[in-house]
Structure formats: structure tokens, C-alpha cells
Design a protein around this ligand. Structure first.
Ligand code: ATP
Ligand code: MG
Length: 288
């Protein structure tokens, strides 16, 4: 009806032509497929959750509709955006083919940022998934209706520190991987494993389109030679895959999760907030 009226107007004035152009543009934007990004590294404590929560919040602040999917039984992303663990609220049953993932989506206090929370039941999902058919495609299947609904521009999946079944499900469901590497001596360990797994998933047809969105260096301490050396070493190995933005080690970034807030809400003018905002611009540029 609206479209019919608009097309009736189209020949009459430049203004109405402009309206049609904008409406057309809006429908094109709506047709852009949902992008799924898995934040992963099998090493523990490298800044996966901090990156997932803060990039998700920054993306939402730029106007994107964002779903944070917490599939780590530790549920740190869940508490990081201020939600409690609630029994039965996680992706557990949809991953096992019972019920819809859409029914597990909860709004956060932050505009345009929603979450599928995690809780401890996801621990047993690992074991139960192995016994199911298509056990690597469960997250992809659960996400399919969410993608099809066009409700979200971007889904960010926060993975546990392992390459277990849940993480492999995230890899199988994702368009791309965002890999945080901590600025420490053994940072590069693990990257070869991720590359190998990506190759296996592509070659076996589990996810032929999986890309590396990029590597982000975290907890950078400019006062130490070690941080600088690690960054230059990682850049030597991975070149353009490494984001220009380096996330500094700051107390405010470490404090924010205990207040249930992403850094841009906890301390908008902090160095950590600025870093994640700039990283998010790089992420958007790479998403195209
Ligand atoms: P896990 O493997 O256990 O899931 P993770 O890779 O998700 O860990 P985070 O939880 O993001 O890592 O970070 C580990 C710890 O380091 C947390 O206490 C977090 O608050 C802190 N941290 C992360 N990034 C920074 C930073 N840039 N500056 C200071 N502290 C940070
Ligand atoms: Mg984590």
C-alpha cells in the first residue's frame, strides 16, 4: 500500500523521487544478510569475552542490531552485559533441536543489543551433541531462522577456551572468526591450530565459506618491550589479518564486567572504550 502510494508520487517531484530512493535503499539494507562472527581462541583468558561484549556493544551503539550468543558455560558474556544466569535460558535445548533459539533471545539494558545467555547446562551440551546427527551443524541450524528473520545485522558468538564441539559448532555457523591474541610470549601458539581447524571445516564441506575476519591484539602494555615485540612478531606472521587497533591493558576494562556493563557504557571516555570503538570501525569496514 505504502509502496503503491510512493510509486504513484514518483514522477511528480524530486522530493518524492528522493523518498522512493531512500525507501528503496532501506529495503536493500534490510536485505543485507545477517553476519555471524565467532570470537574464538582455545587459549584461556586472552580477551575473547571482553572483545565479544565490547565489539557487540560498540556495533549496537553505531546503529546495528546485534545478538550476542554466549555459548561458553562460564557465562562471562552474559554477566558482562548485566544478565544473571537463569536455568533453562541458554541455547542448550535449541542446539539439541528442541525449541527455537529465537525464544531464548533476551533484551539487554543497552539499545539494539540482545543476548542468548549461557548457563552451566551448556557443559553437558558438549557430550549430548556428540550423540546427535549433524552434530557440527547444530548451531548453524539453530541460527538459520534467526538469520532468515533479518532481525539482527550481526551475531557475535562468544566461545569457550577450547576447540570442543560447541566451539566447532560456532565455527560451522559463522561467516568469519575474530581471534583475540593476548600480548604475551605464547600468543602465537594456538593460531596454527585455529588455521588447521578452519582448513578442515572448509575442506570437509562443514563450512566452505569460513573466513578469518581478523586477529586483534589484546592487553597491550606499551611500557613493556614484550608487548611491542609480540605485536611486531604477530604482524610479521599474519600481516594484514591483524587489526591496526591494539587493545590496551587497562583497569577500567577489567572492572567493567563486574558492573555488568560494556566499557562504552561503564566509562565512555576511557582508553579502553576508545580502542574498542576504533576496532569496531575496522570490523565494520572488513564486513563490507
Ligand atoms: P576465557 O578463555 O576464560 O573465556 P577470555 O579469553 O574470554 O577468557 P576475558 O574474560 O575477556 O578472556 O579476559 C580475561 C581477564 O582479563 C578478565 O578478567 C578480563 O576482565 C581481563 N581483561 C581482558 N581484557 C583486558 C584488558 N584489555 N585490560 C585489562 N584487563 C583485561
Ligand atoms: Mg571468555
Amino acid at each position: 500500500m505504502v509502496e503503491a502510494n510512493l510509486s504513484g508520487l514518483v514522477t511528480r517531484s524530486p522530493a518524492s523521487r528522493e523518498i522512493l530512493r531512500l525507501t528503496g535503499a532501506a529495503s536493500l539494507i534490510a536485505a543485507v544478510p545477517t553476519k555471524v562472527i565467532a570470537v574464538a581462541n582455545q587459549k584461556g583468558g586472552v580477551g575473547k569475552t571482553t572483545t565479544a561484549v565490547n565489539v557487540a556493544a560498540c556495533l549496537a551503539a553505531t546503529g546495528k542490531t546485534v545478538l550476542l550468543l554466549d555459548i561458553d558455560p562460564q557465562a562471562n558474556a552474559t554477566s558482562g552485559v548485566g544478565l544473571e544466569k537463569i536455568e533453562g535460558a541458554s541455547a542448550y535445548s535449541p542446539l539439541l533441536g528442541e525449541g527455537l533459539l529465537a525464544d531464548k533471545i533476551k533484551k539487554t539494558a543497552f539499545e539494539r543489543l540482545s543476548i542468548v545467555p549461557s548457563e552451566v547446562d551448556l557443559c553437558s551440551a558438549e557430550l549430548e551433541l556428540v550423540r546427535t546427527e549433524n552434530h557440527l551443524q547444530r548451531a548453524r541450524m539453530a541460527l538459520e531462522p534467526v538469520r532468515a528473520s533479518g532481525q539482527f545485522d550481526i551475531v557475535i558468538v562468544d566461545c569457550a577456551p577450547s576447540l570442543g564441539i560447541l566451539t566447532l559448532n560456532a565455527f560451522a555457523a559463522a561467516d568469519s572468526l575474530l581471534v583475540p591474541l593476548q600480548c604475551e610470549y605464547y600468543a602465537l601458539e594456538g593460531m596454527s591450530m585455529i588455521h588447521r581447524v578452519m582448513g578442515q571445516l572448509r575442506d570437509s564441506g562443514v563450512n566452505t565459506g569460513l573466513q578469518l575476519l581478523g586477529v586483534v591484539m589484546t592487553m597491550y602494555d606499551g611500557r613493556t618491550n614484550l608487548s611491542q615485540q609480540v605485536v611486531s612478531e604477530v604482524r610479521k606472521h599474519f600481516g594484514a589479518a591483524v587489526f591496526d587497533t591494539v587493545i590496551p591493558r587497562t583497569t577500567r576494562l577489567a572492572e567493567a564486567p563486574s558492573h555488568g556493563q560494556p566499557i562504552i557504557h561503564y566509562d565512555k571516555y576511557s582508553a579502553g572504550a576508545a580502542a574498542y570503538e576504533v576496532l569496531t570501525q575496522e570490523v565494520l569496514a572488513r564486513l563490507g
